[in-house]
Design a protein around this ligand. Structure first.
Ligand SMILES: Nc1ncnc2c1ncn2[C@@H]1O[C@H](COP(=O)(O)OP(=O)(O)OP(=O)(O)O)[C@@H](O)[C@H]1O
Ligand SMILES: [Mg+2]
Length: 412
């Protein structure tokens, strides 16, 4: 087996760095054979702010995964999210050029090129161009225009942009750890691959990835992404609230939240008080779990309200009948689905990586969704025979995923 058949996904979060390594067995079935995790360092709101610290944290997580898998990783699929990404919807139009006005790959490529010809700031770059639908001679709702007959071809697309310096710094941290950047993908898009069912994507679903310092979201409707974005609030702010109100240091507040936290009173264990350690020689104090709910619930409500403000006016938002899917470490807080359901007025569930791939027990909680999605994206690219090398950028061509337009079109 060659090294290129090892697929490795790296999710560099602000709190945790997670790595999954997958390979194919003799029957061609994908198996996740290694995982590695480290406490993140040198990151702020999804952006590298200290290259050396980030390098060390990446190295430690990837080495752990390599050790577990017994394989060497050379190239990593990397997720981007948080403050570095932004998005917009766009439309492109071309005249069909093929013989007998039959739409071919060249027309599809041209119309997507036309749709991506938008003015974006110098310091940003296009990460993904995600087709939503094609329109042939005013006939909308076409998913795949190939071989259809028409004079005029239009494409509606969702464009994800990313800060060039954010990509460069992340690449630098990874390359200094002696790994190559294989490809980059929006983290929430990767998570969508691992978590969402076909029905949910068709009916309209909002995926919310609650991280430590930011919460990323993607709204999918009619089988295509309609809105992607991020808000600069996450689980760390909830920990901060506990720290202030309970008058306890951040590390103790974090432990209390992860071990006993709850944000929905009906789920709280009222019989078991939580012991808050005393500071400066003060004695520990017992606090009912309902008190934790009263502190944590408003913060989770705020996160969901901030997202609702961003998505409510977008096409498809009112039809999120596929519900809400929560993921990321922040979704491990008991009661979070109840809070989301109340704010969005739709059923909500916590999404753990859903996959037919053989998967280590340890990596099944929602914190692993992005890394899991990266593996599945890598798998889709490998199976489709796509040459990942084409997507590696160089100085002249800094469009990261130019070559991926084709398969991302087939992604949803
Ligand atoms: N069992 C738990 N209960 C409640 N919250 C938890 C639990 N485990 C982890 N968290 C919270 O999840 C958050 C970290 O989530 P995650 O690992 O997805 O973040 P990240 O990817 O490192 O950060 P970001 O995406 O913001 O860059 C932290 O705020 C942490 O407190
Ligand atoms: Mg994250």
């Amino acid at each position: 087996m060659t090294d290129s058949e090892v697929i490795a996904g790296l999710d560099i979060g602000t709190d945790r760095i997670r790595v999954l390594v997958a390979e194919y067995d003799a029957k061609g079935k994908l198996i996740v054979s290694g995982w590695g995790e480290s406490r993140s360092d040198g990151m702020r709101k999804g952006i590298v702010v200290n290259i050396e610290a980030a390098r060390e944290a990446v190295l430690s997580a990837v080495e752990a995964a390599e050790h577990e898998a017994g394989r060497t990783v050379t190239k990593l699929w990397i997720a981007l999210g948080g403050a570095s990404v932004d998005s917009l919807n766009s439309r492109g139009v071309v005249a069909v050029s093929g013989k007998n006005r039959e739409i071919g790959q060249a027309d599809v490529t041209r119309v997507l090129e036309a749709a991506r010809a938008v003015v974006i700031p110098m310091d940003r770059d296009i990460l993904h161009v995600l087709p939503q639908e094609y329109i042939i001679d005013d006939q909308g709702g076409v998913r795949n225009p190939m071989d259809m007959i028409g004079v005029r071809l239009e494409a509606e697309v969702h464009i994800v942009t990313v800060s060039v310096s954010a990509i460069r710094n992340m690449e630098k941290a990874v390359e200094r750890a002696d790994y190559k950047v294989g490809d980059l993908a929006l983290g929430s898009l990767a998570a969508a691959r691992a978590l969402l069912s076909e029905d949910e994507k068709e009916m309209g679903v909002l995926l919310v990835d609650i991280g430590a310092s930011s919460t990323d979201f993607i709204l999918v409707h009619g089988g295509a992404p309609r809105v992607t974005g991020s808000i600069p609030v996450g689980g760390a702010q909830a920990t901060g609230d506990l720290s202030i109100v309970l008058k306890t240091p951040m590390d103790s507040a974090e432990r209390i939240k992860c071990e006993s936290g709850c944000c929905w009173e009906a789920l709280a264990d009222v019989d078991e008080p939580v012991i808050i350690p005393g500071v400066g020689g003060r004695p520990p104090t017992p606090v009912p779990v309902t008190e934790l709910c009263r502190i944590l619930q408003p913060r989770m409500e705020e996160i969901f309200r901030m997202i609702w403000v961003k998505v409510e006016k977008m096409p498809g938002a009112v039809r999120m009948t596929g519900g809400i899917v929560l993921t990321g470490g922040g979704a491990l807080l008991p009661g979070v689905a109840d809070v989301a359901s109340r704010i969005f007025g739709q059923p909500a569930r916590v999404g753990n990586p859903r996959t037919s791939v053989i998967w280590p027990e340890h990596c099944r909680d929602s914190g692993w969704s992005v890394a899991a999605g990266l593996i599945l994206l890598g798998d889709a690219v490998t199976i489709n025979g796509f040459d990942g090398e084409d997507t590696v950028r160089n100085a002249e061509d800094i469009n990261p995923l130019k070559g991926l337009i084709k398969w991302l079109g087939e992604f949803f």
